[in-house]
Design a protein around this ligand. Structure first.
Ligand code: PHE
Length: 473
């Protein structure tokens, strides 16, 4: 089986595909706003520190698991645990998580495509109306956009690892960087952009507290696509002679750089629209920002560059977010695809067909959970709040299970697979890694404080989300 297994064509191919997965909606909108609200430069420093000291070791652990076993997450946990029942159960969790996250990410990607098409066809002023988003999510157009996104993801994934995933990343990632650079340059020339820059970059350490650090770590963990089995799966597509540590560092650096530059685009744009804005008033939710707040800002640009110019900028922005979302969606859908191929010996086509059909049902249930079907819209009540199916999936799989998966992964790699096996995997293609400071740090941190931190985040989230109890304010 492993002889036939398809691999990335080059190191660059892996790095771009993994960065494509990592760069997503979280980087482009979630990160800038979190930074602006929580101490600007102080948040940036803490974020960079967490990426380096907490997330990079976890990423190395995931990639090594995949490359060593050349299998999808379930097979990786099974093989290295010698078929332990409990660890296979963890493997299942790492399979169900991306499946469910793919469903909610698909819904957001469909909305982005919708806004992209509307902005491109001159509807920017409609998008900026306060009630537009609510009507849009419940309009029938959604199903058309949904069909397009499903088709695109399937076409890319049917192409396989090299001709599908890698090729798409090689086209979309450079295009994304170019668009981002163009928009940053444009935004920085606007009036009042400087006030935004100050807000984004000047450190204010008084805003840093435990809740901010918790938020920064969750953001970094999600942003690097950890805890979802993606890096295990992509790791299984890396050939034996690639240096893993160097590639992982590159992926983390690219992801963080895109997030940083996205801040240079989003925050000054908001300030140029309203120089006296109180960033505390900005919503924490990326969704509210992209779909209700930013269209207003784009429309306001018409005073400077006219309606057509403003529409072009909005279109570019949504295209940028769309590319970022598609490469993330591709990576997360690949996890169950590779599992069906590995475990069941299905062809990619058959695996895709099964997944597309089952995921489509769930996605449609989510699409209907914004008021159209009462049962789905008031799916559950916890911590005194009624939640729609879409929100339940976000809370359970994104907010809660991701840190749990990360915690279990650390324990698995260090205490079950054991350091010797893990280190040997990283050293085999990279003799310089042996005995390096990084190696020692990765071993110690993954066996001690990283799982501890992830466990605390998990416990804190459970108490807060489902019982309304806040440990860290
Ligand atoms: N890294 C992605 C982001 O920042 C998260 C993600 C990856 C979501 C893959 C879904 C699939 O948006």
């Amino acid at each position: 089986m492993s002889v036939l297994k398809e691999h990335f064509g080059s190191r660059l191919g892996f790095v771009l595909a993994a960065a494509g997965s990592a760069v997503g909606i979280g980087n482009l909108v979630g990160f800038p706003v979190a930074a602006a609200k929580n101490g600007g430069g102080a948040f940036l420093i803490i974020y960079a520190f967490l990426v380096l000291c907490v997330c990079l070791p976890v990423m190395l652990a995931e990639i090594s698991l995949g490359r060593n076993t050349q299998q999808s997450p379930l097979g990786a946990y099974r093989t290295l645990s010698k078929r332990s029942f409990w660890w296979q159960l963890v493997g299942w969790l790492v399979l169900v998580t991306p499946y469910m996250i793919a469903v909610f990410y698909m819904v957001i990607t469909v909305w982005i495509l919708g806004y992209l098409c509307e902005a491109a066809t001159g509807q920017l002023s409609a998008l900026a109306e306060p009630e537009y988003f609510g009507q849009f999510v419940n309009s029938n157009k959604i199903f058309g956009y949904f069909a397009i996104v499903v088709l695109l993801v399937n076409v890319i994934l049917l192409g396989g690892v090299k001709n599908g995933i890698e090729r798409a990343a090689k086209i979309m990632m450079p295009a994304l960087c170019l668009m981002l650079a163009g928009l940053v340059v444009f935004v920085l020339t606007l009036d009042n952009a400087y006030a935004g820059l100050v807000y984004y970059l000047v450190p204010d350490f008084s805003k840093i507290n435990a809740a901010v650090i918790n938020g920064a770590l969750s953001q970094a963990f999600f942003s690097l696509s950890l805890g979802m089995g993606i890096m295990i799966t992509y790791g299984s597509y890396i050939s034996r002679h690639e240096k893993l540590a160097g590639s992982a560092k590159l992926v983390a650096a690219m992801d963080t750089a895109v997030a940083f530059f996205a801040g240079l685009m989003v925050i000054p744009a908001i300030f140029s629209f309203n120089p006296n804005i109180d960033t505390a008033a900005l919503s924490d939710s990326s969704v509210a920002l992209i779909f209700t707040f930013l269209p207003k800002i784009f429309l306001a640009l018409q005073a400077v560059i006219g309606y057509v110019g403003a529409s072009v900028v909005a279109t570019l922005f949504f295209l940028l977010v769309f590319f970022a979302a598609i490469t993330s969606l591709v990576s997360i859908t690949e996890v169950p695809v590779s599992s069906l191929v590995n475990e069941r010996g299905y062809s990619r086509g058959r695996a895709l067909l099964i997944l597309t059909l089952t995921m489509a049902l769930l996605t449609i249930a989510c699409i209907l959970s914004f008021g159209r079907v009462a049962f789905l819209s008031e799916f559950m009540v916890y911590a005194g709040q009624s939640k729609a199916l879409f929100e339940v999936i976000v809370d359970v799989f994104y907010e809660t299970i991701l840190p749990l998966n990360g915690f279990l992964l650390c324990l698995f790699v260090i205490y079950r697979w054991k350091k010797q096996g893990f280190n040997a995997e990283l050293e085999c293609s990279d003799p310089a890694y042996k005995g390096s400071l990084l190696e020692r740090y990765v071993n110690v941190s993954l066996g001690t404080f990283i799982p501890l931190i992830l466990l605390l985040i998990f416990i804190n989230t459970v108490l807060l989300k489902y019982f309304g109890i806040s440990l860290i304010g």
